[in-house]
Design a protein around this ligand. Structure first.
Ligand SMILES: O=C(O)CCC(=O)C(=O)O
Length: 388
């Protein structure tokens, strides 16, 4: 497959000292773990049609799944204003109902987003051979079409980064010694730091709304210096060949839930994101580059004993416009036990899940396909667990 590639090169390479971002950037490969970056499917019949080169034009998308066209736009998208005195209750309500909401008035300057988007596009517009030097993802690094190592593919290229600058991957350093400086460190750092601060506030409000005590029971996991959080930049190039699919949609990023506690997504103004409602219908989320979209992750579902539900979502490719998205996945430290929070449990309420650590969950998820219902393996057999 070959994505449309522009010829921009980095002019600011060859810096003798690695900028901090480079260290931040591929540092990651010491942990054979991942994020929602990890992967793969649920045998959803409606999505099992695979593009087998119906025409030469479609060779680019061969083996990528398609799905039936979905025309419904999510009109009632829940919106939370972070400065609204009622925000804590709204967050709880929408996370119970959808596991998803749009966040406005969040205080993160637009400039952070536009700078990072520009840096990301500089990278994604490099020749393929240059980008490949930053891959294959292990799971961190540059990935192209392949999502994870279990056979999932999508119309996407991405950079998966660890957010912990303490962890340095030799491979990453090597990669970047041989290639131009790709990002200005400040663009990534400023964005991640600002998004993290905002996320801490969101989960503390959520804790207030749920009457979780102490109120930092969730945020401390994300603030922890060993927090296993990561950051992903996705690029979905336009796919003009889509017309040849006879009205079907091409999958950019296959359906999945995010395994972490919470994910915070921002994209440019190109559509593509869809979420699955409780009645199993897929709805398109209108893009809004000024806002964040927040997803409940699997770990938060467990910590609330199924009261909040992780949201199944996916991205469809667009024929004319490229989509750029950036997602912060807030996860706990690897050794953290993931179990319902005591202050949330009613008297005699039992956990719906077996006890496990974040490491165990990731290890298990790593072996799964993107769309698998990964929590299924950890549900107690008796007790009518939350299920999907
Ligand atoms: O690119 C998007 O908008 C969402 C991607 C996503 O779900 C992911 O990277 O886990």
């Amino acid at each position: 497959m070959h994505f449309a590639i522009c010829s921009s090169h980095f002019s600011y390479l060859n810096t003798p000292n690695f900028p901090p971002f480079i260290t931040l950037l591929f540092n990651l490969s010491l942990f054979p773990l991942f994020s929602s970056a990890f992967f793969p499917p649920f045998k959803r019949k409606e999505e099992t049609m695979v593009v087998h080169s119906q025409s030469a034009a479609l060779d680019h998308c061969s083996l990528i799944k398609t799905c039936k066209p979905t025309t419904s736009v999510f009109k009632g998208i829940p919106v939370v204003d972070l400065r609204d005195p009622e925000a804590k209750n709204l967050i709880v309500k929408t996370c119970e109902e959808y596991g998803f909401f749009k966040l406005v008035n969040h205080g993160v300057p637009m400039e952070f987003f536009t700078r990072l988007e520009a840096e990301a596009l500089k990278f994604f517009n490099l020749p393929q051979s240059e980008k490949d030097k930053a891959g294959p993802p292990d799971p961190f690094g540059y990935g192209f079409k392949k999502i994870g190592s279990n056979g999932d593919v999508g119309w996407v290229e991405y950079l998966l980064l660890n957010t912990n600058p303490q962890i340095t991957s030799l491979k990453s350093l090597t990669v970047f010694r041989e290639t131009p400086e790709i990002f200005r460190s400040s663009a990534v750092n400023d964005y991640i730091q600002a998004v993290k601060r905002m996320t801490f506030e969101v989960v503390e409000l959520l804790a207030d709304g749920l009457k979780i005590e102490p109120r930092d029971a969730l945020s401390r996991l994300l603030r922890d210096e060993k927090s296993d959080s990561c950051f992903r930049l996705n690029h979905y190039p336009p796919c003009p060949e889509l017309q040849a699919l006879g009205g079907r949609n091409l999958i950019g990023f296959g359906e999945h839930t995010d395994p972490q506690i919470i994910s915070v997504l921002r994209s440019n103004n190109t559509s593509g994101l869809q979420i699955c409602l409780r009645d199993k219908t897929w709805v398109s989320v209108p893009p809004d580059q000024t806002s964040f979209f927040i997803n409940v992750g699997d770990a938060l579902q467990v910590m609330t004993n199924g009261r909040l539900r992780s949201v199944r979502h996916r991205v469809l490719a667009e024929s004319m416009r490229s989509r750029v998205s950036m997602i912060y996945f807030g996860g706990p430290p690897l050794s953290e036990k993931i179990a319902p929070l005591a202050s949330l449990m009613a008297k005699a309420e039992e956990s719906l899940y077996e006890e496990f650590t974040w490491w165990e969950y990731k290890t298990s998820a790593y072996k799964s396909r993107l769309g698998d219902y990964r929590l299924g393996l950890f549900e107690k057999k008796t007790g009518g667990a939350a299920g999907q």
